[in-house]
Design a protein around this ligand. Structure first.
Ligand SMILES: Cc1cc2nc3c(=O)[nH]c(=O)nc-3n(C[C@H](O)[C@H](O)[C@H](O)COP(=O)(O)O)c2cc1C
Length: 422
């Protein structure tokens, strides 16, 4: 008996809507999505989302790597029932997808993180809340209900702030802690440098900070009276107003007190900890009961060190090529990491996923689930929550069909045997 599947109901929904003359909120291919989103996104938002480090070679290598692996399908293997569920970080999930942590989403859509998180929650797809969120973790968690959620941490140089974020994530019912380790310094992002635009300095993506008691105390303790740098002109005034608007409280009061500017400055002071090392990760194991996912692993030896440090899950990622230019593709890194880990912990993957077919390839190389990054941001920019929902359903449907048409009934059956490197 044919089981009811997301793929079949999605196809039916789309073709039936077509009969009524209704089109989907977003285009189906990644290239068309990019083209459509460019029309609605501001120049700085476009640069921030689509840009990467240096000459952007790592970013291109990430997607090119998927083309070097081809699927070798099997037939007549009774795929009448298809189970696309997977498990990692101590939980089961109904699809092998999650939403990657992406900061400053307020740049692309007014409802930002909440819209994307709700779309994911309604489908039971995990949402990783970026450290640079536009909404506090408590409000986000409430808005998501029981939907699976993970908190992504950038390790600050204030230990108290790190502890506070972790405790808040636990209290707000996040299911896991994702610690990103490839961003201890901000990459050389050519397009952002060209537009001289850093979202945080315009008040984007600071909600976890401005809602945090430890951070507020740090801001309070800052003595200097903030003043705009290099004189005041219309651009500076506009930036100050935007910053004040995005800060909790009344825009006017924020402007008068200078709290929003002080907060942005303090954020820049505390944001990163370049001295972060494996001993911090080992310490993290004692700081929380939550499963720990370490995000940003490429080297097999780092994967082995992560296992030794007691993490539950490794995420192979190169931040979508935004940190080190001229690097290997994240997909190639996955192969090395799988060997080094030897099944001791679960491995997740991101950086280059552009379709359900890509997900099949990454799972065949060993990943338990894959993260959707830029594509969901473009869908959000185009059509908010509905856009993200459509994108997720399309990816899940295409994945399920690729799996079935390749001869697999469960994600566990998807192995290297179904791939050929050409
Ligand atoms: C605009 C943008 C912002 C991002 N912000 C974060 C972040 O706040 N935290 C984080 O761990 N990763 C962040 N990432 C990296 C993503 O989580 C993910 O690793 C990356 O998007 C995967 O590459 P892809 O989108 O090309 O597939 C960001 C990526 C983009 C494109």
């Amino acid at each position: 008996m044919e089981s009811e599947s997301i793929a079949l109901s999605r196809q039916r929904e789309i073709y039936m809507a077509g009969l009524r003359g209704k089109k989907m909120s977003i285009p189906f291919t990644y290239d068309a999505l990019v083209e459509a989103a460019r029309e609605v996104m501001s120049d700085p938002a476009w640069a921030y989302v689509m840009g990467a480090a240096g000459a952007e070679k790592t970013m291109h290598t990430n997607t090119a790597a998927f083309d070097s692996w081809k699927i070798l399908p099997r037939v007549l293997r009774d795929v009448g029932s298809r189970d696309i569920s997977t498990s990692y970080a101590g939980k089961s999930f109904n699809t092998p997808f999650f939403i990657c942590p992406v900061g400053s989403l307020g740049l692309v859509h007014a409802k930002a993180d909440l819209a994307a998180a709700r779309a994911a929650a309604r489908l039971g797809i995990p949402f990783m809340s970026s450290n640079q969120s536009s909404i506090s973790m408590e409000d986000l968690s409430q808005g998501m209900g029981t939907g699976p959620k993970m908190f992504q941490l950038y390790w600050s140089n204030s230990d108290e702030l790190v502890s506070s974020f972790i405790q808040r994530a636990e209290q707000a019912n996040f299911d896991a802690l994702v610690v990103t380790v490839d961003n201890t310094l901000l990459g050389w992002r050519s397009r952002d440098l060209q537009s001289a635009y850093l979202p945080y300095l315009h008040g984007h993506g600071l909600a976890h900070y401005t809602s945090d008691p430890v951070f507020r105390q740090l801001v309070e303790e800052t003595r200097d009276k903030p003043s705009a740098t290099g004189g005041v002109n219309l651009k500076v005034i506009s930036a100050l107003i935007q910053m004040a608007y995005r800060h909790p409280g009344s825009t006017w009061a924020n402007l008068r007190s200078g709290i929003s500017l002080k907060s942005a400055r303090k954020f820049v002071d505390v944001f990163m900890k370049p001295s972060l090392s494996w001993s911090d990760i080992r310490q993290l194991r004692d700081m929380t009961q939550l499963p720990i996912v370490v995000k940003g692993i490429q080297h097999p030896e780092d994967a082995a060190l992560a296992v030794d440090a007691g993490v539950n899950t490794i995420m192979v990622s190169n931040h979508g090529g935004r940190q080190v230019d001229g690097g290997i593709s994240s997909l190639d890194a996955l192969v090395g990491v799988m060997d080094a880990v030897g099944g001791k912990v679960d491995v997740l993957f991101d950086s280059g996923i552009r379709s359900g077919m890509d997900a099949f390839k990454a799972l065949a190389l060993g990943a338990k689930a894959v993260g959707i990054g830029r594509p969901f941001v473009l869908a959000l920019a185009l059509a908010g929550e509905q856009g993200v929902r459509d994108l997720l359903l399309n990816y899940v449907a295409e994945f399920e069909l690729t799996m079935g048409l390749s001869g697999c009934s469960t994600v566990q059956e998807i192995t290297m045997d179904f791939l050929k490197r050409i």
